[in-house]
Every structure is written in C-alpha cells, then in structure tokens.
Design a protein around this ligand. Sequence first.
Ligand code: SAM
Ligand code: SF4
Length: 365
Amino acid sequence: MRLVQLRKPAAVLAAGQSVGAGDDGPVLVDRLERRVRYLRVSLTDRCSMRCTYCMPPEGIEHVDRSEVLSLEEVARMVAAFAAWGVERVRLTGGEPTLRRNLTWLVQRLTQLRTPSGAPLRVVMTSNGELIERLAGPLKAAGLETLTISLDSLDRERFAAITRRDKLDQVVAGFAAAHAVGLPLKLNTVAVRGFNDDELGALCRFAWQHDATPRFIELMPMAGGRLFVPGELMPAAEIRERVGAELGAVVELADQPQGPFGPAQYYVLRGGAHDGRRFGTIAAMTENFCGSCNRLRVSATGQLHACLARDDAGDLRGALRSAQGEAGAAALERVVRTALGHKRDAHGFEQTGEGGPRKAMISIGG
Ligand code: SAM
Ligand code: SF4
C-alpha cells in the first residue's frame, strides 16, 4: 500500500498519520499504520431500555436535540468516510431504531461507493424492540446484517437486566428479521452469576434463526460506575461453558469477517451441534487493540479514536462550519487529528478503573 499524502497540514501530520492513497484510491491510516476500514456511528443517545451495565436507572442527562446530528449530516459525513476508503459502517446508539427516517438513511448510505467502486456495507446493532415492524423496510433499504442484543431468554431475567419487560417484542423482532431474510447476529453480554447458565440456550436460539451468537465481555464504562468486577466472565470461561453445556469441543474457526470487527469465532466439534459457530468479543482478557481498524462517531458528532477514551474531535463543528470543498477540508482536519491520537491499547482494568468517564450510551456502542 502506498501512503501518499493528499494534502499536507504540517502540524497534523507531525502528530500522527494521514489520509493517504492505496492502490484503489484514498485510505485512512493511523499513526501505527493500521488502516481504518470500519466506522461506527451512533444515531442517538436515547434508548427504550436501561441495561444495567450501560445506563443508570435514572438521572440521565440527554443532550438537546439540536446537538444531535441530523440524518442528512450523518449521510454527508459517512459519504466523506466512504470516499476515504472506509468499507463498512455500523449504525448504533443508544437505540438507532428510535430515529425517524432510519430506513431513508440506510438506503442513502447503501448507495455510497468506496474508491474501489464497491458499495459501502451498512450494518446495524439494535435492542430488537422495534424490529418486528422495521425488518422488512430495513432489508429493502439494503441493510447487510442486523445484530440484535439479547442477554436472557428468561422473562424475569430479561426485565431485570434491561429494566424493561420487553422480551416478547425482542423475540418477535428476531423472528421477523429471520423471516425477511436479514442476516442476523446475536449479541449477549456474558454476566457471571446472571446468565452464565444460559449460554448454550442462547446459542441454540440464535442458530434456530440462522444467526451467529457472540458473547461480549463486560466492559467498565462511565468511570466504572456500572461495573461489578466479579461479574466479568472471561472469554476462555465463556468458551468452556458453551462447550460443556452443548457437549462439544470448542475449536478456533476460520475467521469469516476478514479485517472487520473485534469478534473471534469458534466452532463446535462433536455433540448435537457439530459444526456450529459462535464468537467472543474479549476486550478485557484477550485484547484486540493491536488490530483495531475502527473509528466511532457519537450522536453529537464527536469522533472517538477509541471506545475506552474520552477525548474526541468535533466533527459536528466541522460539518456545520461549511458545505462543499471547505466542509470536506474541515472534516479531514478533524479525522487526521484523530488518526494521530489513535492508541495501541485501551485503559480498561478488571477492577473497573481506567475506562472513559463517558457512558456507552454517550459514545455509542
Ligand atoms: N441499543 C443497541 C443494543 O443494545 O444493541 C445498540 C447500542 S448498545 C450500546 C451496543 C452493544 O453494546 C450491545 O450489544 C450492548 O449489549 C453492548 N454493551 C453496552 N454496554 C456494555 C458494557 N458495559 N460492556 C459490554 N458491552 C456493552
Ligand atoms: Fe439501550 Fe443498548 Fe444500552 Fe441496553 S445496551 S441500554 S438497549 S443502548
């Protein structure tokens, strides 16, 4: 890959890396020479649920709506990233389905092309509550994959962890997405003492819907305020439990995602589910920062180079400062600075210290 500078704002280049040029056109490369291919965009800091590890029960200060990027601004910003070689965008939140005209945005983004001519790949993570109604329109709009989060199949446990009695809606959303042929993933935060006896059942539920289950290690966001250290279930233990519950040996699988995503995939050998796959996302015990290829944008247009750090660049200011060439140049300055600050490690400690002061809902999960 050639790294040819497109423009040279000296101060920024001295701090880090660049928007360069690969064989197919521009690429984003950080100061550690990692190529950024994946953008996660939070569409809102609001949610219809209150998961205990993500949001406090009350006292949440939502930003004023005028501070949140409009969907037109999101589309303009993502178009710039696609032109710089970002290949995949994940819409998230908060709960992205709470945004009106979401399908308009998905349709708009799937029409974008990367410099190689390939369509931008658009995926989304949702709590599933409104998916029963939205699955068809999202599929028609070109959504490539939908990830639905679900931590328990037990109604009381579901209500306890989300503080909402909405299991039926989420299950119906899962079924609807499956019925319209949306490729699905299931995200479960594995919480010791809470759902560690349900990992096999959640795998079976996912496979029944042709979905890939993935188990996430609990991370200490919000200054560790919502994190209980003993509840962290290390990925090695997750794999052991899945194997034991399903009577199978767990082996590392071929990784289907190429350069995308933090999940590591495994395959079951033996037992009734021979050949089935699941993933773990192990930020805490099997650090994957070295191969990080992501940038994140919060609902207010803050550009985060790392989920575990509070510092961020102001894309919204750049977006609102100017249109056209001048607007694109302003965006590029913010992106260059973020690439120059991208770290090679997060600060999460298993004690709950070291993470960002911001909550997941403010940065975007
Ligand atoms: N509301 C949507 C949902 O729940 O899927 C999208 C946003 S949510 C922040 C994205 C993902 O982050 C979910 O799968 C959720 O379980 C996960 N998550 C939230 N807080 C977390 C934490 N402290 N540690 C690990 N995963 C977390
Ligand atoms: Fe809402 Fe998702 Fe956070 Fe749960 S994890 S409170 S569903 S944003």
